[in-house]
Each structure stands twice: as C-alpha cells, then as structure tokens.
Design a protein around this ligand. Sequence first.
Ligand code: NAP
Length: 306
Amino acid sequence: MTYDVIIIGGGPAGLTAGLYASRARLKSLLIEKGLPGGLVTTTEWVENYPGFEEGILGVELAMKMEKQAVKFGLEIIQGAVTGISLNDKLKEITLEGGARYLAKSIILCTGAHPRLLQIEGEDEFRGKGVSYCATCDGAFFRDKTIAVVGGGDSAVQEAIFLTKFAGLVYVIHRRDKLRSEKILQERAFSNPKIKFIWDSVAEKIAGEGGVNALHIRNLKTGEKSELAVHGIFIYIGYNPNTEMLGGMVETNGNNYIVTDENMATNVPGVYAAGDVRSKPLKQITTAVGEGATAAMAAVKYIEENF
Ligand code: NAP
C-alpha cells in the first residue's frame, strides 16, 4: 500500500503531524507500536498544555488528539517497525510480521524511552518494586515508603503524584539543586510527605521477592547508607528511540535526530518531530508545534517532488 506520508510514533508530535497531513488531504498513515498517546499517557495530570486551565489527564489529552486526527482522515495502525528503507524516492516501512508500506514522505516521531540507572538489582526487581511509570504503578505503594531517583521535571512531578499513595517519598538527587520547573520545586518542598536526599546516588537495590532497601552514597562525604523502601521510581531522563534507523538519518552525539527548522532531516522527504529530535525543550507544547511543522514541510516536499 502506498501513502503520501507515513508517521512513525503516535505521541503528541505524531498525532499532530497526522492531523495536519490529513487536513492537507495527504493520504496519511500513523504506525504506533503500543496505544496512541506516547509518554503523555504515563503522566497522570498535565497542567502546562494551554487551553486546559484546570489541567487534563494525560490519557484523556492523548485520546482527544487521536480522535481529532482520525476525524480528519488519519489512518492509525498498531505495529512494530522492523525495517526502514530510505534510499529510493518511495520510502519503505516493514512491520513485524512482514507487512510493507510505501510512502512519499516519512515523519519520525518515535519519542524516547526511560534511561536505566544500571545498578545492581535494577533488572532483578523491574516490575517487582522498580518502576519507570508512577501513573502505572504508584497505586501499588499505598502507605509505603518509596524512593524517586532524579531531579528533573519527571522526578519531581511524579514524586508529588506518588504522595497520593505513599506514606513517604524520598527524592534522591545527585546534586543539591533541582533541574525541574520552579513551580514543581515549590510544591515538592512544601509537601510533608517528600524528603529530599541531596548529593547522593543510588548504588544498589536490594530485597527478597520484592524491594526492601536502596543503598545510596553521598557524593560529597562518601558516606554510604541504606534506605528502607518498598518501591523505587527511576526518572533520570530518556534516550531517543532511533535504533531502528540504523544510522540512515543524522543524529547528534546522544542519538537524537538532527533537523533544520522545518523538521527536515538530512534525508530528503524524511522529517522528525517530538522527543526524538535534538532540541532544547521537550514538552507536549513543543512536540505538537514540531508535528505541525513537519507535516506542512512534507506537504511542500510532495508537491515539489511528485
Ligand atoms: P531530565 O530533564 O533529563 O532530568 C534528568 C534528571 O536525572 C536530572 O536531574 C539529572 O541530574 C538526573 N540524572 C541523570 N542521569 C543520572 C544518573 N545516572 N544518576 C542519577 N541521576 C541522574 O529528564 P526528565 O525529568 O525525565 O525530563 C525529560 C524532559 O521532559 C525534560 O525536557 C523535561 O522538561 C520534560 N518534562 C516536562 C514535564 C513538565 O513540563 N511538567 C514533565 C516531565 C518531563 P542533573 O540535574 O544533575 O543533570
């Protein structure tokens, strides 16, 4: 089957690219390996997306974006991309199971996945006390003591969310200053259920059957200690989902896709938008703008080249 544009990834960038491409009357297909929505669906509450002054559930926002794009003609299928060929004028996408699709233009919106701490016990206790998604797993820790590792927006926002369930939330950060938005910091500092442990790194997750301790080390004093916790939420940033590209598209030193201001990659007809792109601000608001820009650039590319 041949499409004008194929969008890979169904987060806010991909769904917005789909909305704009469909409204431009391009025959548009979005391929998503899970459910549409991307990382937004792992955030319980979104309160910095304009237009929703009271905030909105991450899942609800994603569903609204999906419905809106489908309303204008975007086709969405579930599938894992196993092959991409960008050499010819018509680009080819292969899915697990062998289905093949051709497109005049491709928009890569594959997002990013959580970075691992890579310490002892992380693999062993993944899903048994170690989590990367507070929205998914927070409710398992009602009245328990848990730890969040990290100091960015994700760590602080999710630590606040986790206080809905947990009795006590330690936030372990490797410096003595948070990276997160000031408004989140203010809320976290005034939350009696959150205790910050500064200048410290997690070194080992221990337990039997489930987690019962996190071993930490203070980077300034070298002092080691053990926190009695039942759950550990790791929020130390994300890595881009670019493995499938096999080096066909230019990336920066951290594997994020490099684009120009039109979201064009170094390969003609191939665009990138959202968290997979090298950029200074990773937000839903920036992702949707990039999705729209990429779609309109694809429209122009197709008009000029086909
Ligand atoms: P991030 O901004 O990259 O922050 C990662 C945090 O983890 C930093 O505090 C970093 O410490 C720490 N860290 C990194 N590697 C570590 C390691 N090996 N051991 C211990 N700590 C480590 O990641 P994020 O918080 O997931 O956010 C990702 C992007 O999404 C950001 O652009 C963020 O603004 C955005 N986001 C926004 C919202 C919102 O607007 N409410 C919510 C979630 C995410 P240092 O500070 O010392 O580097």
